[in-house]
Design a protein around this ligand. Structure first.
Ligand SMILES: Cc1cc2nc3c(=O)[nH]c(=O)nc-3n(C[C@H](O)[C@H](O)[C@H](O)COP(=O)(O)O)c2cc1C
Length: 343
């Protein structure tokens, strides 16, 4: 059973929402079932990000012809057999909007919807519908995989900033942007997202790579849940970006314990988003993480999370690049092969 602890003030703010603690359920299929959402609320989750609504999902319903309306149209139309069929998606767009309403009606959880579009029209139309359905905020999942020689990083980032700008001008609910781990200059890009109207950034998405089935010479999509070590890159970037923007920082990826969430807080995160740990250990795993996190905060003897948020980010100052480089050198140069193997 869980250790009984004094109820600490674990409140935090994220995207203008007052949350009772920093544990947000990240985007995953658990939001598709009301029963699971209620269990997560009972376990102490402070908000939920919904599974993403994808443009392909919306277009499939309308008609495959819709693909030709946008830049990737021909490509997608040509490769349509690669995509899941409309009926293979767990929800259609109408059900998705309905699920926002159901979660709002049946729980007290703030609901952050998630949208992944390609064409401008879909971003505008569906961000509006999501707002009308009652979502408290919207997370823009900007994942694309650039493979065209002619697409410079400048062009791709500009497109992403334009999407934020377009959505910002279409809805008034808070917006966060969920980013992939691969940006050449994340501080600069994040700044441009803020100028375009983002209220928060989520560091980072977990991208899934296909494996190869050698016998059948086929690609096999693989989904691995994260491991605790996946948090390290997130901690680094949250620390580097802490204190630079008005935007809130959410850490997503590799949070598997109360200790991990506590590290995220010390590095400067307003919230953590958990998926793999919850999928693995269920709602009781979430409850345990929150209890352990509360225990660590209690040991600090602080009144609230603000007192310690970002306190570890300071070790990178005044020159984060020098600190990172020094660590890099120390690790590589100081590493010695195992003498029992390399004697
Ligand atoms: C089964 C599954 C489905 C997911 N679906 C989405 C999704 O629809 N949209 C999204 O932005 N992220 C999605 N993610 C990524 C998670 O939200 C999260 O960013 C990632 O799993 C890293 O966090 P974790 O270490 O807590 O798992 C999904 C992850 C899993 C495991």
């Amino acid at each position: 059973m869980y250790a009984q602890r004094t109820i600490m003030d674990l409140k935090t703010k994220y995207l203008g929402l007052e949350l009772k603690n920093p544990f947000v359920v990240g985007s995953c299929p658990l939001s598709n079932r009301l029963e699971s959402v209620k269990r997560l609320e009972d376990a102490g989750a402070s908000a939920i990000v919904m599974h993403s609504l994808f443009e392909e999902q919306i277009i499939h319903e309308a008609s495959i012809e819709g693909f030709t309306d946008h830049r990737y149209g021909t490509l997608l139309a040509k490769d349509q057999e690669l995509y899941p069929k409309a009926e293979e998606f767990p929800t259609n767009s109408e059900e998705y909007l309905g699920q926002i309403q159901k979660i709002k009606e049946s729980t007290d959880l703030p609901v952050i919807a998630s949208l992944n579009g390609i064409s401008e029209g879909i971003w505008i139309e569906y961000s509006r519908q999501i707002e009308q359905a009652g979502a408290d905020a919207l997370e823009l999942n900007l994942y694309v995989l650039p493979t065209d020689n002619d697409d410079s990083s400048h062009y791709i980032e500009k497109r992403m900033v334009e999407i934020v700008d377009v959505v910002r001008n279409s809805v008034s609910i808070p917006l966060s942007v969920k980013l992939s781990q691969q940006f050449t200059s994340l501080p600069n890009f994040a700044q441009r997202l803020e100028y375009a109207g983002a209220n928060g950034i989520v560091l980072f998405n977990q991208l899934f790579q296909a494996d190869i089935d050698l016998a059948r010479r086929k690609l096999i999509p693989r989904l691995y849940l994260t491991e605790p070590r996946d948090i390290l890159q997130r901690l680094r970037w949250v620390s580097i970006l802490f204190g630079r923007y008005k935007m809130d920082l959410a850490l997503s990826g590799g949070v598997h314990s109360g200790q991990d969430a506590f590290k995220a807080l010390l590095c400067g995160a307003q919230v953590v988003q958990c998926v793999s740990a919850i999928l693995k250990h269920g709602a009781k795993g979430l409850k345990q993480m929150i209890a352990d996190f509360g225990g660590l905060v209690e040991q600090e003897g602080v009144e609230n999370l603000e007192a310690i948020r970002g306190s570890m980010a300071g070790v990178l100052q005044p020159n984060p690049e020098a600190v990172e480089r020094a660590h890099y050198l120390r690790i590589l140069q100081g590493w010695a092969p195992d003498p029992t193997v390399w004697q």
